[in-house]
Design a protein around this ligand. Structure first.
Ligand SMILES: NC(=O)c1ccc[n+]([C@@H]2O[C@H](COP(=O)([O-])OP(=O)(O)OC[C@H]3O[C@@H](n4cnc5c(N)ncnc54)[C@H](OP(=O)(O)O)[C@@H]3O)[C@@H](O)[C@H]2O)c1
Length: 347
């Protein structure tokens, strides 16, 4: 059935560090390789409140924030082959960071890049789908570009464990699930209330990051299993997390040759363990120098993994009421901190 266009209501950031205001915007037309999508659910990421509060990353105003989209394709631009009107999709919308207001999430219609879009299985809701794109992309970049894991199932002769620090975060659950689905042993840390849930998602073992002996416990587990930690992803990258990840690698006799990917840069004044390489994750590499990872994730793997259940939407959806009018509340709530939850609004 043909789609009857409705007003493109948007939550607009009118100026640097301003407050979101609800306005109507023109409905854009998709260009080559693009889709126009009617959004059903949009999830928040820390980058959204950081852009607003700190005035970073975005320098063109008015702007629209938001990068995690789930919705229905309205029309497709020239050359789009994988999607057609009516398809249910999820996507990493790129407009906030690349300065294209039409391609950001917090509005009724968003222009999406075909290469950053995946089909959403019928079994999943739009709210669940919206939790995935940014976190899964960041996790995939960390695992494949930074830790240099092969983009395929682990072979029996490939040994080693992956450490995911702060595993109940959005990026953390993404990294745990991808690494587990490919056959890797995954150690992680989180608040105790998340331990059973993270094991269900594929973590081999979980420890409380507040435990004063956490590094020793990780080291003991790795040594008992006869495994080196070949790479770590610090999805917290704040305060003590750098030192604790370093201590865990040392306790596991794994510092030499290990690669550590951090969501925020490793501080210059924090010592790195000898022999360890630290790398700062840049999730946008999937549309730059690591388009192969974008193709792997959005082109096929994510949809198949969601259909066969090897990847589950996580963390738990928490809906913020009010639709786009609730967008400011969603960003404020995320800024205050969440624990094992992804904040989502219905559009
Ligand atoms: N570089 C990039 O390309 C990139 C891309 C995406 C995100 N990021 C950044 O990555 C970070 C994580 O994003 P996200 O969306 O995954 O975050 P998130 O889901 O909001 O993270 C929430 C989690 O943080 C954990 N946490 C709170 N205090 C902690 C502590 N002291 N030690 C360890 N964990 C703690 C909590 O764990 P418990 O519930 O277990 O207590 C909670 O579940 C943000 O800074 C974000 O800006 C960077």
């Amino acid at each position: 059935m043909a789609h009857t266009l409705r007003p493109n209501v948007a939550a607009v950031l009118p100026e640097k560090q301003g407050h979101l205001v609800i306005t109507e915007r023109p409905i854009p037309t998709p260009g080559p390789g693009e889709l126009l999508v009617l959004n059903a659910a949009v999830a928040a990421n820390p980058s959204d409140w950081k852009v607003q509060s700190f005035g970073v990353l975005v320098d063109k105003f008015p702007a629209v924030l938001g990068s995690d989209v789930a919705g229905t394709v309205v029309s497709v631009g020239q050359g789009v082959t994988r999607f057609k009107a009516g398809d249910r999709v999820i996507a990493f919308s790129l407009g906030m960071v690349f300065g294209n207001i039409d391609a950001a999430a917090l509005q009724t219609y968003t222009i999406l890049n075909e290469n950053a879009t995946s089909h959403l299985p019928q079994s999943l809701t739009f709210q669940q789908g919206a939790t995935l794109p940014v976190a899964m992309t960041t996790a995939a970049i960390a695992l494949f570009a930074d830790l240099e894991l092969p983009m395929r199932e682990k072979h029996a002769n490939e040994k080693g464990a992956i450490l995911v620090w702060s595993g109940a975060s959005s990026v953390g659950v993404g990294a745990i699930q991808i690494a587990h689905a490919l056959g890797w042993t995954v150690y992680t840390t989180a608040s105790p209330k998340h331990h059973a849930w993270l094991k269900e998602l594929g973590a081999t073992d979980v420890w409380d990051y507040r435990d004063s002996q956490v590094a020793q416990h990780i080291g003991q587990a790795a040594r008992a299993a006869g495994l080196k930690i070949r790479g770590a992803i610090d999805t917290r990258s704040e305060d003590s997390s750098f030192d604790l990840v370093a201590a865990a690698l040392i306790a596991a006799d794994s510092a030499s040759g290990a690669r550590v990917a951090t969501v925020l840069p490793w501080p210059a004044d924090t010592p790195k363990p000898e022999g360890t390489e630290t790398l700062s994750i840049n999730c946008f590499r999937f549309v730059k120098d690591r388009q192969d990872i974008g193709t792997w994730l959005f082109g096929s793997w994510l949809h198949k993994a969601l259909e066969d259940g090897s990847i589950r939407p996580a963390p738990k959806v928490r809906v913020i009421e009010g639709g786009l009018k609730g967008a400011q509340n969603m960003l404020d709530t995320l800024k205050d901190g969440v624990s094992g939850e992804k904040l989502v609004i219905d559009i």
